[in-house]
Design a protein around this ligand. Structure first.
Ligand code: CP
Ligand code: NVA
Length: 327
């Protein structure tokens, strides 16, 4: 398997075998890191990390992984570069790829990261766009495989806004790996029909399935993995909170949902999560709408079957694999 020079923009661009290769590489790098065996084979190289939206996990994962691999990093924060304001994406790509061996981009439209990759001479990695979050998918697949021992046939139910980066990406990831994906949400928030159809063609090859349902009991019954995400994503207007809380409250992941999923089900969340009032926005929303939790209850979030922090750790090992494979 040779992924040298490849961009990592969305899982749709990768075969199931290539995805498995990245997961195996991540597992190997994780084991070496735990044993204290250094893998700094990319010494002397440098990567640029562009963040037009904020981040904790993705930024730290890229920085730690790059340093572990022996590389230098330059972080460009949401206000710290000329991108899009004084300089086009095409010009930015040509400037940065003359100085760096790889470029990470987190921002708005998928078209922006695709444009960056088109004009870049070096690999570009998508650190989240409105449409896709592919590095998160590798961490999630690794976490599921570590827990269950396999991926094919696993039933994953996603509850929340399934039209956005996490819903889209999980549907594609499950389809590619022969898993059974269910979007359990109001029909206005089902993934785009064209992507559902594309995943339908993929599952015809891989043996997975894609189900869309508004029924919580039916959608979560027998799920191995129950997954959710924040109800309002980065870049969306504050005014949308009211609608989201009203429309998505029936799709909160709570004890009833996990009991319906059944014995052995795990809970996952890409994080950050609103599971209590201990954040500024959580407290504001709690006061405005009289609620103490949003997409997931604190009880589920803190339960032994919640793998959210294992999942967060795996962001670093999988991002390291992406850089090691493509550089
Ligand atoms: N899950 C995730 O992408 O987290 P950050 O926004 O903190 O990077
Ligand atoms: N849907 C969320 C994911 C955060 C990792 C967002 O885009 O803000």
């Amino acid at each position: 398997m040779n992924l040298k020079g490849r961009d990592f923009l969305k899982l749709l661009d990768f075969t199931p075998e290539e995805i498995l290769y990245l997961l195996d590489l991540a597992a190997d790098l994780k084991e070496k890191k735990k044993k204290g065996i250094p893998v700094d084979t990319l010494r002397g190289k440098n990567v640029a990390l562009i963040f037009e939206k904020t981040s904790t996990r993705t930024r730290c994962s890229f920085e730690v992984a790059a340093h572990d691999l022996g590389m230098g990093t330059t972080y460009l924060d949401p206000s710290g570069s000329q991108i899009g304001k004084k300089e086009s994406i095409a010009d930015t790509a040509r400037v940065l790829s003359s100085m760096f061996e790889g470029i990470e981009y987190r921002g708005y439209g998928q078209d922006i990261v695709e444009e960056l990759a088109k004009y870049s001479k070096v690999p570009v990695w998508n650190g989240l766009t409105n449409e896709f979050h592919p590095t998160q998918m590798l961490a999630d697949l690794l976490t599921i495989r570590e827990h269950f021992g396999y991926l094919k046939g696993i039933k994953l139910t996603y509850m929340g806004d399934a039209r956005y980066n996490m819903g889209n990406s999980l549907m594609v990831a499950c389809a590619k790996m022969g898993m059974h994906f269910t979007a359990c949400t109001t029909k206005e928030y089902f993934p785009q029909q064209s992507l559902v159809e594309e995943c339908g063609r993929i599952v015809a090859q891989t043996g997975g399935s894609v189900t869309l349902t508004e029924d919580v009991k039916e959608g979560t019954a027998g799920a191995n993995v129950v997954y959710t995400d924040v109800w309002v994503s980065m870049g969306e207007p504050d005014e949308i909170w009211e609608e989201r809380i009203r429309v998505l409250s029936p799709y909160q992941v709570n004890r009833g949902v996990m009991e319906n999923a059944g014995e052995g089900a795990i809970f996952m969340h890409c994080l950050p999560a609103f599971h209590d009032l201990k954040t500024k926005i959580g407290a504001q929303m709690g006061e405005r709408f009289g609620i103490a939790e949003m997409e997931v209850t604190d009880e589920v979030f803190e339960a032994p079957y919640s793998l959210v922090f294992e999942e967060a750790e795996n962001r670093m090992h999988t991002i390291k694999a992406v850089m090691a494979a493509t550089l």
